[in-house]
Design a binder for this molecule. Structure first.
Ligand code: ATP
Length: 445
């Protein structure tokens, strides 16, 4: 793994990164892909705990962006797409990064990310920058001629633009309304680095919000606020999150305003999400290239217009990494040090650990009954190995907010002990009221 710690990095940053990466591997959050073959070019596999955490991140986004709104609908578009899409969007000609080679050590870098100094050897001598297109090109079907060329999408957004008319016709939505999508994107990054922060295969959570042009600035500001609060609501501390507006020189050619939600990573402030006012650039480009009408006809006023688009575009895998970094902590309980992930209970890979106090057979039926009663409501782990203290530590380390211990008294009083991850406080709760009590706790945070 390649960690670059920048000038504005917090103290102990490299250490934190190492600890989190180590924890991810040791506890089954994230594995190097194709590890038994020596690993494959900074691609990663999400293990039993990572898949839960990543899914919870995506679900929390979907709930906020689609489920709780009547002005946003979902979409799941194809990853493989024809060149026409990327020609119209501008990706074939513009989606490139400036590639330079260090003249001294011959490492390749993205010129805009290194500040004129080779991060490996310190040299300031580079080759001329060349534009390197980041799209993965492949073939669809058995023919290898030009007609068979396809691309893996480098962003999910174009799926929303090319389905604009389909969604409009089938849902009867009218601006302001949005189309949201979560899915894989692929970019042939020049320097993938910093664990899952920048990888060639990653997941995005994007929403295109179509608005009357005159309302674009209002909705741009609205989404900045909404998106910032989403991260805070899921436990990112305010001092580790900021909104940074792009200055005129940094804006993409189509953008009338862009701001990034940035997190204080171990190497300094870096982007989690970009929120942009993309104007009517995308719909107009696809309308011109396809010959289709991509506009909105407002029946009552008889007005016809091309909506502007406000786009909050976030990375799911990158955001998951931010949640891991922000939640990692070490403290002392009863004179013993412990590692604890203070993840928001909604994000934690397991909400509940069910732990029979001992392996004695007499405890198993009740413990399994408790587990079965919780499983329809929460993601649960069931663990009988080693001492109860060790099992608490193991659950703390992966962020499980509540442990439920079934002991010998439980057989008589049909009550169990619920232990809280953060305070380590333990209370006795009747088995019959357990689901309601845990649900109450979950709703409270
Ligand atoms: P960068 O400047 O870091 O290359 P970008 O500004 O091109 O990123 P966008 O096109 O705005 O990124 O993509 C939206 C989001 O998708 C980013 O904020 C990030 O969270 C995520 N993302 C983009 N590229 C990658 C990648 N290679 N690996 C992981 N996540 C990514």
């Amino acid at each position: 793994m390649d960690v670059h710690v920048g000038g504005d990095a917090p103290t102990g940053a490299a250490d934190l990164m190492e600890k989190v990466v180590g924890l991810c591997k040791r506890r089954g959050f994230i594995f190097q892909s194709a590890e038994i073959y020596g690993g494959f070019r900074s691609t990663y596999d999400y293990g039993p705990l990572g898949v839960n955490l990543l899914r919870n991140v995506k679900n929390a986004w979907w709930e906020a962006m689609v489920q709780r709104r009547d002005d946003v609908v979902g979409l799941d578009a194809a990853v493989l797409s024809p060149p026409a899409v990327w020609e119209a969007s501008g990706h074939l000609s513009n989606f490139s990064d400036p590639l330079v080679d260090c003249r001294s050590c011959h490492q390749r870098w993205r010129e805009d990310k290194i500040g004129g100094v080779c991060p490996t050897c310190g040299s300031t001598e580079f080759t001329e920058a060349r534009a390197f297109n980041l799209m993965f090109k492949t073939q669809a079907g058995p023919l290898e001629d030009e007609g068979a060329v396809a691309y893996l999408r480098p962003e999910t957004a174009q799926g929303m633009f090319i389905n604009f008319a389909n969604v409009l016709q089938t849902t009867r939505k009218k601006p302001p309304f949005g189309i949201a999508q979560v899915g894989k994107s692929f970019r042939n990054e020049i320097t993938p680095q910093n664990f899952v922060f920048r990888t060639r295969e990653f997941e995005q959570m994007e929403m295109e919000y179509f608005v009357p042009p005159a309302e674009a600035q209002h909705w741009f500001e609205y989404w900045l606020e909404e998106r910032y609060r989403w991260y805070i609501g899921l436990g990112i501390p305010e001092e580790q999150l900021r909104l940074r507006h792009h200055d005129a020189g940094e804006l993409s050619h189509y953008s009338a305003g862009t701001a990034d939600v940035e997190f204080l990573f171990p190497w300094g402030w870096d982007e989690l999400e970009g929120i942009a006012n993309r104007t009517d650039f995308d719909l107009k480009a696809h309308a011109a290239a396809s010959g289709e009408r991509l506009e909105f006809f407002d029946q009552p006023s008889g007005e016809r217009y091309v909506p502007y688009v406000i786009e909050p575009a976030a990375g799911a895998t990158r955001t998951m990494m931010a949640f891991l970094l922000a939640s990692y902590s070490e403290d002392e309980v009863g004179g013993e040090s412990r590692t604890v992930l203070r993840l928001h209970p909604r994000l934690a890979p397991y909400q509940v650990g069910v732990l029979p106090l001992s392996k004695k057979e007499s405890l198993e039926p009740l413990a399994r009954q408790v587990l079965a009663s919780l499983q329809p409501h929460f993601m649960c782990d069931y663990d009988v190995t080693q001492s109860i203290g060790k099992r608490y530590r193991r659950q703390d380390e992966v962020g499980t907010p509540w442990c439920v211990t079934v002991d010998f008294d439980s057989l008589d009083d049909r009550a169990v002990t619920v232990r809280d991850r953060d305070s380590t406080e333990q209370v006795r709760v009747p088995v019959d009221g357990l689901v309601a009590e845990l649900r109450r706790r979950l709703d409270q945070v």
